[in-house]
Design a protein around this ligand. Structure first.
Ligand SMILES: *Cc1c(COP(=O)(O)O)cnc(C)c1O
Length: 435
């Protein structure tokens, strides 16, 4: 498998190179040179297959032998080891639940696959792969739990002290083994600045084998295609073959994976991007002008992105042609007030609690359906379990949310974290002296 940079099609690398150095020198993003098609017969009979079987077919077609079949099969069986069920609210509207993984968010799909691919490409005699990640909450948990126990790797997570939810903090700090957490006495931006400085520090890069677990890594994008195919398989089992996917979007990696899946032959009628007040893409689709903005804080904070990093990939897949993009993607934006109302509405009507990100998607799916009635299933993606966002609910409603079984056992484990001021020399010393 060869990949090119969106900033220069001549700049091409092999899959392994793109995995370890996710950001091309020219600051583009890697995309597959060839987007091969899945066998139409496989799609026709897709309802017969399990999630790991579908994942293997999709990954092996795209990777074109970059990882030999038997190894790829093992990686997928290990990575995609939890379900992604469709929950029907009505006969033509369903939630795709992507929160049954270890960190209760869809980022588990990306992080688990990427960690195993990195482990696979790390030779026995190589230095330990040091993964550095700054997190405001969700990414860190998925990366920590994704890399937990993966041989040849170690993860250091930086998070802003007192600024992540209780469950998120437990997911970062109770792992032990090859996972370490640092609570930084500062903001998420401070955490990110420390990590960025580490990547350009010469001494650190000579002595350690550093890599990032950034969401733009192609190895995080690929496994996010799996559940679009798998949701389609579940629809086909119900006799439905037309689908519109609505995706709660921040950096647009999730919806980007859906579009890549459709390029590989998955029949999708249309994609809807759901935005909170961070409406850069909604505005772009309205006006044709792309203006990145400073992000604003909302209830659906994993979508608080003013300049979505994966948007260039989507433009690239549509030949940078505005009209083509508009033909395949719609976008809507909703406020926190609307989000809260949607959570209440869905609970009352369907006895189902949405996380705030998923609630934005519900609103967008409903609006698209109202504007484009037709014979298709409206599937919106649920990116996280509601138990991660207590601040989004009344106390009464929060009590109704069933806590997944993993949470209780996490609460019983010892919390280990290192507190650090925002000081690069201290961080550097920590990295150089850890064993
Ligand atoms: C990361 C995240 C998103 C946004 O996904 P993108 O791929 O960045 O668009 C949405 N919801 C939740 C819960 C997330 O953690």
């Amino acid at each position: 498998m060869k990949l090119y940079s969106t900033n220069n099609p001549e700049n091409q690398v092999e899959f392994k190179e793109a995995v370890f150095n996710a950001l091309p020198q020219d600051k583009g993003l890697y995309m597959p040179v060839n987007i091969p098609k899945i066998d139409p017969l496989f799609i026709q009979n897709i309802q017969q297959y399990s999630l790991p079987e579908i994942a293997f077919e999709v990954a092996s077609v795209l990777l074109e032998g970059a990882i030999p079949s038997e190894d790829l099969k093992r990686i997928i069986q290990d990575a995609a080891n939890f379900d992604a069920p469709l929950h029907f609210l009505t006969s033509d509207m369903a939630v795709l639940e992507l929160f049954h993984g270890p960190s209760f968010a869809f980022k588990d799909f990306g992080a688990r696959f990427m960690s195993r691919v990195m482990g696979y490409f790390t030779e026995k005699n190589e230095k330990t792969l040091e993964v550095l990640v700054a997190t405001s909450g969700d990414t860190g948990g998925a990366v920590a739990l994704g890399f937990l126990g993966v041989e040849g790797t170690r993860v250091t997570i930086l998070y802003p002290k007192g600024k992540v939810s209780e469950i998120q903090e437990l997911q970062l700090t109770t792992n032990g083994e090859n996972i370490r957490a640092i609570e930084v006495e500062g903001t998420f931006d401070d955490c990110q600045a420390l990590v960025k400085q580490a990547f350009v520090d010469e001494e650190l890069n000579t002595k350690l084998r550093l890599t990032s677990a950034n969401s733009i890594n192609i190895a995080r994008l690929i496994p996010q295609m799996f559940y679009y195919f798998y949701a389609y398989a579940q629809l086909k089992a119900q006799g439905v073959s037309k689908v519109v996917y609505t995706v709660p979007s921040g950096n647009f990696g999730n919806i980007g994976a859906g579009i890549l899946a459709s390029k590989m032959g998955l029949p999708v009628q249309h994609f809807v991007a759901a935005n909170n007040a961070n409406d850069t893409v909604t505005e772009f689709l309205k006006t044709g002008k792309y203006h990145s903005k400073a992000s604003v804080q909302t209830l659906s904070n994993a979508m608080d992105v003013g300049n979505p990093s994966n948007w260039v990939r989507i433009m690239d897949m549509f030949d940078k042609d505005f009209l083509k993009v508009k033909k395949h993607i719609s976008a809507y934006t909703f406020s926190d007030v609307q989000t809260k109302k949607a959570i209440a509405e869905v609970y009352e009507k369907y006895n189902y609690v949405l996380c705030p990100h998923t609630a934005v998607a519900y609103l967008a799916a409903k609006k698209y359906k109202a504007e484009h009635p037709g014979e298709y299933a409206s599937v919106f993606l649920s990116t996280a379990h509601p138990c991660k966002f207590p601040e989004a609910y009344s106390e009464e409603l929060f009590k109704k949310i069933e806590t997944p079984s993993g949470v209780d056992s996490m609460g019983k484990k010892d919390k280990t974290t290192t507190t650090m001021s925002v000081d690069f020399e201290k961080f550097k010393n920590y990295l150089l002296n850890m064993e």
